[in-house]
Design a binder for this molecule. Structure first.
Ligand SMILES: Nc1ncnc2c1ncn2[C@@H]1O[C@H](COP(=O)(O)OP(=O)(O)O)[C@@H](O)[C@H]1O
Ligand SMILES: [Mg+2]
Length: 256
């Protein structure tokens, strides 16, 4: 269990990015964070990754997930950031080399990660030969190759076309069932939040004090639990109702 208690964070004085964020993330759960641009979603992921320290409050990670262990946390961004001159295999294996894994382990993990994302046949391809969806699969494989216990995903599918995005969403859900991994996924898409999340955390934007100009950071305003998937879920009225519930929560937060 990851526990955040009254986390505040400021990049600079008088400009708070996060305000009194308290929440927990159970082991092997799939949480989605949704909220308007600038409300602090990426900042929250950076704190969870140990890339930033809270200005105040407590962030408690289970020992197996120590933020100091570079093996335990994987990060996937919207931009796949692949090395153009390296093939798929090397793009996945290189970070493992940098982390000091021996050649046999690197090979095992790279093969395993390629299989998980369905790219075993494309190990020799270069990024320019791949579609946007495939590049994202490589990026995901690179994160999975370190066998993370925590996978942080920051709007990873936002640049993909809808058909590709739907496939990746289904694959990610299936992967999560087999991986021993906690996923925290940031999006600004309501439908994606409703589709992916076992739990959806709705964040509200930061507020500016008109008199002082001081900014109070974003915070978690609602925690919702979309229903379990049923047959033909994307076209199921219950799914559309879940989307409407999240939309209403976001609208309420934005009107506040
Ligand atoms: N490196 C930074 N330095 C200063 N301010 C930042 C930095 N990164 C983000 N911010 C500010 O912190 C707030 C939250 O940003 P961010 O976490 O990126 O929001 P989101 O991901 O929800 O769009 C915004 O006001 C943004 O301008
Ligand atoms: Mg962001």
């Amino acid at each position: 269990m990851i526990t955040l208690t009254d986390i505040n964070f400021s990049y600079e004085k008088n400009r708070q990015a996060l305000h009194n964020v308290s929440c927990t993330f159970a082991e092997n759960s799939f949480s989605v964070i949704v909220g308007a641009s600038g409300c602090g979603k990426s900042t929250l992921l950076r704190l969870l990754a140990g890339l930033e320290e809270p200005t105040s409050g407590a962030l408690i990670m289970p020992p197996a997930l120590s933020t100091f262990s570079t093996f335990s946390t994987g990060f996937v961004f919207q931009d796949p950031t692949l090395l153009a001159w390296r093939n798929v295999y090397d793009n996945i294996a290189l970070p493992l080399k940098i982390k000091g894994l021996d050649k046999t382990s690197r090979h095992t993990r790279t093969q395993e990660a390629l299989a998980l994302v369905g790219l075993a046949e494309r190990a020799d391809a270069h990024p320019r030969e791949l579609s946007g969806g495939m590049k994202m699969r490589v990026s995901l494989a690179r994160a999975l190759a370190s066998r993370p216990r925590l996978l942080l995903m920051d709007e990873p599918f936002a640049a993909l076309d809808e058909h590709t995005r739907f496939r990746l969403e289904d694959d990610l859900r299936n992967l999560q069932q087999t991986l021993n991994c906690t996923i925290i996924f940031v999006t600004h898409s309501v439908a994606q939040a409703a589709y992916l999340g076992e739990r959806v955390l709705v964040m509200g934007a930061s507020e500016t004090n008109d008199e002082t100009g001081d900014e109070t950071g974003g915070s978690i305003k609602h925690i919702l639990n979309p229903p379990a998937h049923q047959q033909d879920w994307r076209h199921n009225p219950a799914f559309h109702a879940a989307c409407a519930t999240i939309s209403a929560a976001l609208a309420e937060v934005e009107a506040a």
